[in-house]
Design a binder for this molecule. Structure first.
Ligand SMILES: Nc1ncnc2c1ncn2[C@@H]1O[C@H](COP(=O)(O)OP(=O)(O)OP(=O)(O)O)[C@@H](O)[C@H]1O
Length: 780
């Protein structure tokens, strides 16, 4: 993004950000893209329990850049209120009054009083961080990342680094900067996809933190959570040694080989070094997942692991579900307590391919004993037919006794190379790697991970030193004016002496393109996916949010139906229904009441400003953006890669289903049409505190009733308006299909599309059939 330089706001300036008023206390600093202010907000935020917040002001030059920011805000919203993520408060976007065509975006978030981790590290050049301090930072940061990885589908941060961790007033470390988030990226299938992924990585990641699979896409490995783990390993190394592991020796070649060395100073325990080593494994599947990292960090700290291993819980739950399915003619013991059948679930976890771990999230009742080791010692019921071991058991149709004997035999063997057999006498894969180093005096612990921390030679002496004691100087260091000028670029800096400072660079992501030339790739992070479009359209139909006349009610239904259809067929040409034309809609909306709101299709995006001056400048870019990029095959590729939206929409999906059902039910019951008012069609907002406007809840109910009534009143009462004659030559030509799409059937490329997966549940045929039946004149 090419960001224009702008004047800073003076102290005392009052701004409106969404439903908050923000008074500038002071300008703090400028990041690569943003001006950052400390502000006083009103009303105060209930989560942070304070009226002091951080305001990020970004001027973006164009709509694609704006969409990138939207994705960042979407991610922050998803992660809101996590203790180790900088918490989102509010946001707003408007057209810039200073720069033509540019946009000004404000994001309000929790203020991290103690500034950046990098400042803290710079304050400790003489006395490097202790192991206990490093473990605390690592634990908090990993918890922030775990909050992302636990989402389904998982969110990747993709830019984990020292510069992106801030410190709160009460010394909690928090992950920030979600400008690079994306979902799991499957390996590119052709040259075009390869180029997109490559450029996307170059643009959104920091060179020294890139993983081997990111650098060598020809390996055909996905970019998934394990790429974040690699970056977290580099992060840990840098916490220890103030430099990254590959910048001195070898650069990219060293990264590709995962070749690095530990400096002799400062001294850290072998356990900590081993943790770095496994996190920096060349093969992603050899790296621990974030829960395992946290478990090991907690063991080293001698405290219970703060989170439950969600990968493991999902595996267990899935396993349980499979077992509960009746299998005919097979004797299945419910539990087996013999040691030989105890399977370390972490082992199972690591044995299963990553994809197999992406089970549906389920709620598992909390255990009484919250121990970091508890989950390691879970007894796994006998393997079932979702696992290679189980297949033979299930197929064999044997009695419980034989089954037990057989499983003891196969599971008990050690050192097996048979991948179909889980070796329960061996430790889990990660634990093995962790303790395999010659440097460590620990031999791995078989089967059961001990709960006694003494087995792990915990550095007790270090643990006793409180990190808080040495954090006195952070506040001083936070003042940017007091920062030393001799910072060294963090991309190239090598620790050369005690006086070398780490630097917060103005452009932290090396190779980060300043232009938006890869707009197709940007869609990945913009979240302008088909799913969103369809969901929003359908939502609009159901809530009446963008309906302004009966005429358009029918149009909207048609449009939504067309969109849903095209969602299944992959044919986008008809999604641009003339009835869904922004300009047309604008001409008839009540600008006075809700112009800002009605112009905006994506109702969950930035909270639009409440003051009048901006209302006519609000953004309706997504439709336009999609129209512009409808031809790009990257869009096809990234259609399956919009996790932010998908996570939001996952929750929405159920409510959509319910609303469709309710809508149809209510349409039958509702005999009197509700009188419609303009206010009833306003945009829903969580923050609408203005008493003059309809409250969010009431507004939603009203909207819903009105749209229901409107639909009901349409039934049989209105003739379909004549379709205006249009000469063929005036009809829009459908955009040409890119070569890539022609060479490959669209349907096959959509198989992996999560967007389609989600929509399947909506039973569109049923919806359409029902609506056709009820409103024959409306749906064309
Ligand atoms: N919530 C916050 N509380 C306190 N200080 C903050 C906060 N957010 C950002 N800062 C300060 O502002 C600096 C720049 O912020 P940030 O990194 O988010 O900006 P950016 O323009 O997105 O930078 P980048 O180049 O990393 O994308 C941070 O390094 C930090 O010192």
């Amino acid at each position: 993004m090419n960001h224009p330089q702008i004047e800073t706001f003076p102290s005392g300036q009052i701004l409106t950000v969404g439903s908050h008023h923000a008074k500038v206390i002071k300008y703090l600093t400028s990041g690569g893209y943003a001006q950052v202010y400390k502000v006083e907000i009103s009303p105060s935020d209930p989560y942070i329990n304070s009226n002091i917040a951080c305001l990020k002001r970004v001027i973006v030059p164009d709509k694609p850049s704006l969409n990138t920011l939207r994705a960042e805000v979407d991610a922050m919203k998803l992660l809101k209120n996590n203790r180790h993520v900088v918490s989102y408060i509010d946001s707003h976007a408007s057209k810039s009054a200073i720069y033509n065509g540019a946009y000004e975006v404000f994001v309000l978030m929790e203020f991290c009083e103690r500034g950046g981790l990098i400042d803290f590290m710079n304050s400790r050049l003489q006395h490097r961080l202790t192991e206990a301090e490093i473990l605390t930072i690592m634990s908090h940061t990993s918890q922030g990342i775990a909050a992302m990885h636990r989402l389904q589908p998982a969110l990747l941060h993709r830019d984990i680094k020292i510069e992106n961790v801030l410190i709160s007033q009460n010394n909690e470390y928090k992950v920030c900067d979600f400008g690079s988030v994306c979902g799991i990226v499957r390996p590119p299938k052709n040259q075009q996809e390869f180029n997109f992924v490559y450029h996307d990585i170059m643009k959104n990641t920091t060179a020294q933190y890139r993983s081997p699979e990111m650098l060598d896409l020809s390996k055909g490995l996905p970019i998934n959570e394990k790429s974040d783990i690699w970056a977290l390993g580099v992060f840990l190394y840098k916490l220890c040694y103030y430099t990254t592991p590959f910048e001195k020796n070898g650069g990219e070649a060293a990264i590709l080989q995962a070749r690095f060395q530990y400096p002799s100073y400062p001294m850290y325990s072998d356990r900590l070094k081993n943790l770095i080593r496994v996190m920096l494994s060349k093969n992603p599947s050899d790296r621990p997942n974030v829960c395992q990292v946290l478990e090991e960090v907690s063991r080293l700290q001698g405290i219970p692991c703060p989170i439950r291993n969600f990968y493991l819980l999902r595996a267990m739950e899935n396993n349980k579900r499979t077992i509960e399915q009746p299998v005919q003619n097979v004797y299945m013991p419910t539990t087996l307590s013999q040691p030989s059948t105890q399977m370390n679930l972490a082992s199972l976890n690591d044995t299963l391919p990553t994809a197999a771990l992406k089970f549906n999230q389920t709620t598992i009742p909390p255990t009484n004993q919250h121990s970091p080791h508890l989950l390691h010692t879970q007894t796994l019921p006998l393997p079932t037919n979702d696992h290679p071991v189980a297949i033979s058991h299930v197929q064999d149709k044997i009695s419980p006794h034989e089954l037990l004997k057989k499983s003891s035999k196969s599971l008990g063997s050690t050192g097996t190379s048979n991948k179909n057999v889980i070796d329960t006498s061996a430790p889990d894969h990660f634990t093995k790697l962790l303790h395999a180093s010659k440097n460590t005096d620990l031999s791995y612990q078989p089967v059961t991970v001990p709960t006694s921390s003494s087995l792990y030679n915990l550095p007790r002496a270090n643990l006793s030193s409180s990190p808080q004691k040495s954090w006195k100087s952070i506040n001083d260091n936070y003042d940017v004016s007091k920062r030393p000028t001799n910072y060294v670029d963090e991309e190239t800096q090598t620790y050369t002496g005690q006086s070398t400072f780490l630097r917060r660079t103005s452009s932290n992501r090396s190779n980060r393109s300043i232009s938006s030339q890869y707009s197709g790739v940007q869609e990945n992070t913009t979240g302008s996916s088909l799913v969103r479009k369809l969901s929003v359209k359908l939502k609009n139909v159901l809530t009446g949010e963008s309906i302004k006349s009966r005429q358009n009610t029918g149009d909207s239904i048609r449009s939504a139906m067309n969109s849903i259809r095209s969602g299944f067929t992959g044919n986008n040409n008809n999604t641009r229904s003339a009835s869904y034309d922004n300009g047309k809609r604008l001409s008839s909306v009540n600008l006075h009441m809700h112009s800002a709101i009605l112009e905006q299709d994506d109702s969950d995006e930035f909270e639009m400003p409440r003051y009048n001056s901006v209302s006519s400048n609000t953004l309706k870019d997504v439709e336009e953006h999609e129209r512009r990029t409808v031809n790009t095959s990257s869009r096809e590729y990234y259609r399956s890669q919009s996790p932010v939206r998908m996570s939001v929409n996952r929750e929405m999906k159920n409510s959509i289903q319910k609303r469709v059902q309710d809508l149809l039910k209510n349409a039958e019951e509702n005999t009197t049409a509700t009188v419609r008012t303009a206010s009833g069609y306003g945009k829903y907002t969580d923050y609408n505190k203005n008493k003059d406007e309809i409250s969010p809840t009431k507004s939603r109910v009203a909207q819903f009733n009105q749209s229901t009534a409107a639909l009901a009143s349409l039934s049989g009462k209105r003739k379909k308006p004549p379709v205006p004659y249009k000469r063929d030559s005036l009809k829009p030509t459908p955009p040409a299909k890119p070569a890539f799409l022609s060479s490959r059937p669209v349907a096959s490329s959509r198989v992996s599309s999560n967007a389609t997966d989600m929509l399947v549940d909506l039973s569109v045929d049923d919806i359409e059939k029902d609506i056709r039946r009820r409103f024959p004149s409306t749906v064309g």
